[in-house]
Design a protein. Structure first.
Length: 394
């Protein structure tokens, strides 16, 4: 991989150990992916923020980077959700031991210069650069959304490679950064009868969960109707990222490549795999985190109602502020739900703190990870179905 003279000097240690490590990471990645050179980026999105995912080893690595002299992110950098609500972790039952580690992670990222919100839907809260811009986003659901919906160019970065990109302002010019690699490698034809009209986050999550498990390259959807909202698209992207390594889809593929079908049987197979109980003891919304539109529709559905079950609603602090200003947050909280800011719905101790055997959610990614990380059983339902049963007139 070609490096400029300046890049060679940084690699040799001229600008200190942290940048040297970052360039070493990019060089290794570049060699692995046959990149011709590095390319400047406008935005890095870094994952590996919840203490539940990175643990002590990740925390020590991050501290080493953050507290070296002159360490700063070179480009606009957002970070994924952490593991708790920084302002009310105590009242939500998070242990002081967990909280202190989580706060150390947060202060390390703050020292490096991240934007103020912890979110897996960064495109909701920050201005998106023009189509074609190179970015380096970790968090599979966001990276797939960036490539497929926003037409930005990113590979599915790991926590470490996105951190290296944030520190250097560059990424490797390979894979989905190149136009020739952004064409479908396989088509997925929707051949549905019973579930013909896919509608809402749950349906698109099921489609994504199947698509991700079948196609590892760029997915070419055919005969796909619907997908009208940001919320459906984010559910589709999140589920694709959960089951495979694809980093992009094309909505209406005309590519003449091998095709596979998505049938009613496939739809029902995924549903049965993810949903193992009729009812859950608690409700979890917000994987990926809620958009402001979802907060609005939740507030409409909960207006004048009381929830019969515990309900956690995950969103970024930016979305929360906006929901509070518009009055949505008060309605949601008055119904008995707890809004959790800046945390991940799955990689958080809060699900264990609920102390339940089963949860209800509308998220396929959430169902997948809550089962694995917390050992709970899941009732997968639409938001409407969940609230029809759980919300009663006040
Ligand atoms: Fe976001 Fe966590 Fe789900 S990062 S996509 S809420 S697993």
């Amino acid at each position: 991989m070609y490096l400029s003279q300046r890049e060679e000097r940084i690699l040799a240690g001229e600008s200190g150990e942290v940048l040297q490590i970052a360039y070493r990471i990019l060089l290794a990645l570049g060699r692995l992916t046959n990149a011709s050179r590095l390319v400047p980026i406008k935005w890095a999105h870094v994952s590996g923020v919840s203490y539940l995912t990175i643990g002590d080893y990740g925390l020590e690595f991050l501290k080493r980077i953050a507290f070296s002299s002159h360490s700063k992110f070179k480009v606009f950098t957002t970070v994924n959700p952490c593991g708790m609500d920084v302002e009310k972790w105590d009242s939500l039952g998070v242990s002081p031991e967990y909280a202190s580690k989580q706060l150390e992670i947060i202060s390390a990222y703050a020292k490096l210069g991240t934007a103020s919100s912890f979110t897996c839907v960064p495109y909701q809260s920050y201005r998106v650069p023009p189509a074609g811009t190179h970015v380096a986003w970790a968090e599979s659901s966001a990276a797939i959304y960036a490539n497929s919906i926003l037409n930005l160019k990113t590979n599915r970065e790991s926590a470490v490679s996105a951190l290296a990109s944030a520190l250097t302002g560059k990424t490797v010019l390979s894979d989905l950064h190149l136009d020739e690699n952004r064409r479908p490698s396989k088509n997925l034809r929707l051949s549905l009868k019973k579930h013909e009209r896919l509608r809402g986050s749950l349906d698109f999550g099921i489609l994504g969960y199947f698509a991700g498990s079948q196609i590892s390259g760029v997915i070419g959807f055919q005969n796909l109707r619907g997908l009208k909202s940001i919320e459906e698209a984010k559910a589709l992207c999140a589920a694709i990222g959960t089951t495979g390594s694809s980093g992009m889809f094309v909505l209406h593929s005309k590519e003449k490549v091998e095709g596979i079908d998505f049938t009613d049987r496939d739809y029902e197979g995924i549903f049965e795999k993810l949903s193992d109980v009729e009812r859950g003891e608690a409700i979890v919304f917000g994987c990926p985190q809620m958009t402001i539109e979802e907060m609005y529709s939740l507030s409409k559905m909960l207006y004048g109602k009381k929830l019969k079950k515990k309900c956690l609603v995950f969103c970024s602090s930016k979305v929360y502020e906006s929901a509070r200003t518009r009055g949505y947050a008060t309605i949601i909280e008055s119904a008995g739900a707890t809004i959790v800011r800046d945390a991940c719905a799955d990689f958080t101790p809060l699900i264990s703190v609920l102390n339940v055997d089963s949860v209800e959610t509308d998220s396929c990614k959430g169902a997948h990870y809550m089962k694995r990380v917390h050992g709970v059983r899941v009732a997968l339902k639409t938001t409407n179905e969940i609230l029809r049963e759980a919300a009663i007139a006040n």
